[in-house]
Design a protein. Structure first.
Length: 133
């Protein structure tokens, strides 16, 4: 079984539906702590993207038919943060950070210094090879 215990991993986490009043609670330089293991998941290097949040709503059109529309959620944002951390890589497991698996599509329960949230890993790569996974 192949493993590497010294990989610098860059990964991106999307935090959805953040209320506008909490946007400033997610800052570059903040350490992310796992709400599950209480261990560090890395440091936010950059707020990579911030965009308005949208939701699908079902409404009746003028003919009384149900239709699906995309509606902006007032005062809500989706925020993507870039995190860099030393990780372990193990064959058949993938990347782990302090015992927490980090993989595209994986949900992470996180605590920041002044904000608690859940986010989805959307992108990741070995920082040293810069090849996206």
């Amino acid at each position: 079984l192949w493993s590497d215990n010294d990989v610098e991993l860059t990964y991106f986490v999307e935090i959805k539906d953040v209320d506008i009043e909490y946007i400033d609670s997610i800052k570059e330089g903040d350490e992310i702590i796992s709400s599950v293991t209480k261990s560090s998941l890395g440091t936010i290097r950059e707020i990579a993207k911030m965009e308005k949040a949208y939701v699908y709503d079902y409404v009746l059109d003028e003919n009384g038919n149900m239709t699906c529309v995309l509606s902006e959620q007032p005062k809500k944002y989706n925020i993507t943060v870039k995190v860099v951390v030393n990780a372990d890589f193990e064959e058949n497991v993938g990347y782990t950070v302090s015992g927490t698996r980090v993989a595209i599509g994986e949900m992470l329960d996180m605590r920041l210094p002044s904000f608690v949230c859940r986010g989805e890993c959307t992108q990741m790569y070995d920082t040293n090879t810069e090849g996206e996974q």
